[in-house]
Write a protein that binds this ligand. Structure first.
Ligand code: MG
Length: 659
């Protein structure tokens, strides 16, 4: 009786499950094909294809292909072993159901096949690529038979991608032995093949996911016991942590297809639990890697390098270079970023967290062997080159562009779209992002806001106290004290309007270290004489070194002091040094070795030619302090590299907000 009551209590607890918000569209998507719950470890799903005829007279002549590696094993293997070991004990006790027995066999098989090789391409992964190659060839035979026989393939340095490349190209060679295929891999390619999200994006995604998880958690831990054990209470006693056990079953089920198991292993879990894990997996990938409302403005610039390579390669072929195809083999995150960068319908949709959870067709967008193909067409009767985009071999539209016909776009239109895809102008928060509650100028809170808000950089002002401590403040005075003539003990006791005390540079850099994505723009204030300015420079360099921040990609220097700029330029080659005063032309500064200008916008209104002159000389151009919409637009249109602003939100709205 006690056992029955225990089970009834568990069962009643299970009735409270299912309270999470489930999207009817996503429920249908998963129920139509349960293995889709594996999301990015779902093996490639192929369905018959439709080809819209090309406009009259056009014929395919070149293909640019980005392919994610095929089906692979998972990491660790601990999950499979956990499931296997608990079920093996249940078998010894004679309490497994038929389903429990079946999962024991399957988890054992998966663990043995995994064989301790994390992320290893399985035979199915090789087959996926061979079949992709075969279908590509059969769909566009003219590309390979009529034109150049040359194909160039490059791969991520990760073995599963290299093996995928081999599977793909070996099949092409088998079909047409006279193809001339070059294969390559190396660190150099990783700079664009595997560029992923930044840590700011990752942090924002984790916060959004945590907020959502609080509302969608499933609490059913009973169904799985009933599925696997004839005596659920005895079964539960074998399991140290039921949530980890359910997760382990999910992790095992996720890779079953990769090992050619046709059975749907998700059936052992309650649907709510599968739904929850699935959502958590794909939503995190969408928010991190795609053009989401949350992170798209930050993510798209990082997809640009890969897109630029594909655009350059295509242009070379269009200009006459002999090549039938460029093939690139990599991973899911760059593939997602790339498809989003091209604005492709589905993957590239800009969605809120809620809309993505409800509508983004996860495994349909990003299974193993996911791929993006650009198929190029030309005609003897027109100079226009056309291109068609295939996502997982399906014709896919760019909603922001007008096609010539069906899915066929003018290549020049696609390039113009890409040209404007990423704003060229970066946003620098002036004295941090301080015009929000809880922050004040040059406070640590304002730096944190700039980092978390995705600003490209955050500026702050530095003075040297009389006893040689570098402190962060804009005005030369704070409270009743003139900073450069006062003891640090007096200065550091002063409070900012948000309640923080004035920071030392050292304290400020402790926060600065926390984001690699947000450039630290140090403004070194002019001091009474060169000797004091020298000490300020030396102290700043020491502090940056101590924090591991003395790297050209992490910091930039600005100053109204011509001397400070000259000395930094002479002693710190490779670092950005921008002069602030606005009284010297770029050519004069360039002759002195100074590599940047940061002038008030009125200076550029008077000398718009200085932006172009600076760029011609290879100098960077920053502008301060631009807070009004018209000024922001005007400076953007002048082509400055950075806008320093007290209003990062407005500047972001004007520069970045785009679908
Ligand atoms: Mg300043």
């Amino acid at each position: 009786m006690k056992r029955l009551l225990t089970f009834l209590a568990l069962f009643l607890a299970a009735l409270t499950a299912g309270a999470q918000q489930q999207s009817p569209e996503m429920v249908r998507f998963l129920k139509d094909f349960p293995q889709r719950a594996a999301f990015n470890t779902h093996s490639y799903e192929f369905h018959p294809l439709h080809d819209t005829p090309a406009p009259k007279g056009y014929e395919a002549f070149y293909i640019s292909h980005y392919g994610r590696h095929g089906s692979r094993s998972e990491w660790g293997g601990a999950a499979y072993a956990h499931v296997r070991d608990i079920l093996a004990k249940g078998k010894q006790m004679g309490i497994l159901t038929a389903k429990g027995d079946s999962l024991l066999r399957e988890s054992s098989f998966i663990y043995d096949s995994y064989n301790g090789m994390d992320g290893r391409l399985t035979p199915r992964g090789v087959r996926e690529h061979a079949r992709l190659a075969e279908r590509m060839y059969n769909r566009y035979p003219a590309v390979f038979k009529k034109g150049s026989k040359k194909i160039r393939a490059v791969s991520s340095t990760v073995p599963r991608c290299i093996v995928s490349m081999n599977g793909f190209t070996a099949r092409l060679s088998a079909i047409q032995p006279d193809l001339d295929i070059d294969l390559d891999t190396g660190e150099k390619y990783m700079e664009y093949i595997s560029k992923a999200e930044t840590e700011t994006i990752g942090r924002r995604t984790r916060e959004a996911m945590a907020a959502r998880r609080g509302r969608t958690a499933s609490t059913d831990t009973v169904t799985v016991l009933r599925n696997l054990f004839t005596d659920p209470v005895a079964g539960k006693a074998l399991i140290p942590n039921i949530n980890y056990f359910q997760y382990s079953i999910y992790a095992t089920a996720k890779v079953a297809e990769a090992f050619d198991i046709d059975d749907n292993l998700f059936r052992y879990l309650p649907f709510d639990v599968v739904y929850q894990y699935h959502e958590s997996n794909f939503l995190s990938a969408y928010l991190n890697q795609c053009n989401s409302e949350l992170n798209g403005d930050l993510r798209m610039p990082r997809a640009k390098d890969m897109a630029d390579v594909m655009i350059r390669q295509a242009d070379e072929v269009i200009a006459g270079k002999q090549r039938a195809a460029d093939l690139c083999f990599g991973h899911d995150w760059p593939y997602l970023g790339l498809a989003s960068y091209f604005g492709l319908e589905g993957i590239g949709d800009r969605l809120s967290v809620e809309d993505a959870a409800a509508h983004w067709m996860a495994s349909w967008n990003c299974p193993f062997a996911a791929n993006l193909q650009l198929v190029f067409y030309r005609s003897k009767r027109s100079a226009d080159i056309l291109v068609k985009f295939l996502v997982n071999e399906r014709e896919t539209l760019i909603p922001a562009l007008q096609p010539v016909q069906g899915p066929y776009y003018r290549w020049d239109d696609v390039k113009a779209f890409c040209e404007n895809r990423v704003p060229k102008t970066q946003i620098i928060a002036h004295r941090g992002w301080w015009n929000v509650p809880g922050a004040s100028q040059n406070s640590i809170a304002s730096l944190r806001n700039a980092q978390d808000g995705g600003c490209a950089g955050s500026e702050f002002d530095l003075h040297l106290t009389a006893d040689d401590v570098v402190v962060v403040n804009h005005d030369p005075t704070v409270g009743d004290f003139f900073i450069q003539q006062s003891a640090s003990s007096d200065i550091l006791a002063q409070r900012l309007s948000n309640g923080e005390t004035v920071s030392t540079l050292d304290e400020y850099l402790t926060q600065g270290e926390k984001s690699r994505d947000c450039l630290l723009v140090l403004e070194l204030k002019p001091h009474d004489n060169q000797e004091r300015e020298d000490i300020l420079i030396d102290k700043c360099i020491d502090a940056l070194k101590a924090h591991g921040l003395l790297r050209p990609d992490r910091i930039a220097f600005i100053s109204f002091s011509h001397y400070i700029c000259r000395r930094l330029a002479a002693e710190m080659p490779g670092y950005t040094v921008q002069y602030l005063e606005g009284d010297l032309s770029p050519a004069v500064l360039h002759a002195e070795g100074i590599n940047g200008i940061d002038y008030h916008f009125s200076v550029f209104d008077a000398h718009p030619e200085w932006v172009r002159e600076a760029h011609r000389l290879g100098m960077s151009v920053n502008v301060w302090t631009v807070d009004e919409a018209d000024d922001i637009r005007r400076m953007r249109d002048l082509g400055v590299d950075q806008i320093t602003t007290n209003d990062p939100a407005l500047t972001n709205e004007i520069l970045y907000r785009r679908k």
